[in-house]
Design a protein around this ligand. Structure first.
Ligand code: GLA
Length: 388
């Protein structure tokens, strides 16, 4: 495959000069959903699927982009001087946003690039194809352009570009999970402090299966920003009575004690999810440390229910995937993953149940929803890397 990408690059942009190949993963979040902009914990991991980038630095200020996932768009050209936020633009907004954000952070890029991308993450599936492109671009700017940044800086600049250039108020989880990924491990990240630790995911006789609903979503046109605003408002209301910096500062008991400060029933539900999900994530990581995968799975199921009933970000497609998964013998846990409103679910499935799972959930899904879901048995991989 790497050869095919290099050939395509040369065909489009010529063979001269130094051509490099990079890769950045996608991510799946095991538990801790919609907690990252509420000062809570998350527990994502990088995948071995992701985005490949073939790139050559230019001597002028031109930018030329091509994606093998959007071939009908052809080569898209612009200049370093023309970078400005336009949330309605095409996929090139992600690399452009990161180049722009580096400039905003005092690392102005003055030489352009030819960049060809190919991603094997399904687009808009909730596995962070966009954050993968952002981190890939940041890593290229570090490695090829010599920008003095750590991988954690790349994550933060990627989030900044997504917020400021693409108009999505996302938290730090996706970019962090991708930039800091470690093979075989999930990242237990406290989004309030950015303190983190790696936890080995040793499932022995089970696999991580991702079920893709094939219902597309874009974060910008979903209710993502609305949920975030509801949580911010609930926090303000709580702060009148209790000295907290974020919803992640409360445990379940404290929340029950102060929740009457929140003056709207929907906002109570949103805040309850944020508080309980954060605690669930802490308990889930403890359970994993104690080798209690069953408990981890149970908490995944509870996470889905809370996202369905309190946060209301699932929808019939993701509910069907999770609820059908729970019926299958050998499923340890299953929940929606990512922003929701479409995208994927993540399940832990015993090895000998994987085929049955795909068949049973696939059949029930198609019968109910009217089109097929896709299934991927995934591996946990490393962060961004230069391949050649
Ligand atoms: C999206 C955002 C993340 C996070 C999740 C929900 O993936 O990019 O920052 O908020 O949704 O957990």
């Amino acid at each position: 495959m790497q050869e095919r990408l290099l050939e395509k690059f040369q065909e489009l942009f010529g063979a001269q000069g130094e051509i490099r190949l990079y890769f950045a993963p996608g991510r799946v979040n095991m538990i801790g959903e919609h907690t990252d902009y509420n000062g809570g914990h998350v527990f994502p991991c990088a995948l071995t699927i992701g985005t490949y980038g073939v790139v050559r630095k230019r001597t002028d200020d031109k930018l030329r982009f091509y994606s093998m996932n959007f071939e009908h768009l052809g080569i898209i050209e612009s200049g370093l001087a023309d970078l400005k936020p336009d949330p309605t633009a095409d996929w090139t907004n992600y690399p452009k946003g990161v180049i722009w954000a580096f400039g905003e952070k005092g690392m102005k890029i003055t030489e352009g690039m030819d960049l060809l991308l190919f991603g094997n993450i399904p687009n808009g599936s909730g596995l962070s194809s966009s954050a993968s492109v952002e981190v890939l671009t940041g890593y290229i700017l570090k490695d090829l352009y010599g920008c003095d940044v750590t991988n954690q800086d790349i994550a933060l600049i990627g989030q900044y570009s997504e917020n400021q250039f693409n108009g999505v108020n996302c938290g730090i989880m996706d970019q962090f999970a991708i930039a800091m990924g470690k093979k075989g491990h999930a990242i237990f990240l406290d989004t309030a402090t950015l303190e983190y630790s790696y936890a080995p995911i040793e499932l022995k006789d089970a696999k991580i299966v991702i079920s893709c609903s094939n219902k597309k979503r874009g974060l910008g046109d979903s209710k993502y920003n609305e949920r975030r605003a509801e949580c911010e408002k609930a926090l303000e209301e709580l702060q009148q009575f209790v000295g907290i910096r974020s919803l992640g500062d409360l445990n379940e008991e404290e929340f029950e004690k102060y929740k009457s400060a929140i003056k709207d029933e929907d906002r109570v539900k949103r805040a309850r999810h944020a508080v309980y999900e954060n605690q669930r994530t802490i308990h889930a990581v403890e359970a994993l440390k104690n080798n209690d995968v069953e408990k981890f799975g149970m908490l995944m199921n509870e996470s889905h229910i809370s996202l369905r009933d309190d946060y209301e970000v699932t929808g019939i497609e993701l509910d069907t995937l999770a609820e059908e998964a729970w019926k299958v013998d050998g499923v340890i846990g299953s929940r929606m993953t990512g922003a929701g409103f479409g995208g994927c679910s993540v399940s832990i499935v015993k090895d000998d149940a994987v085929n049955r799972f795909i068949e049973q959930v696939g059949k029930a899904y198609e019968e109910k929803i009217g089109y097929a879901a896709d299934f991927y048995v995934v591996e946990i991989g490393d962060g961004p890397v230069r391949l050649s």
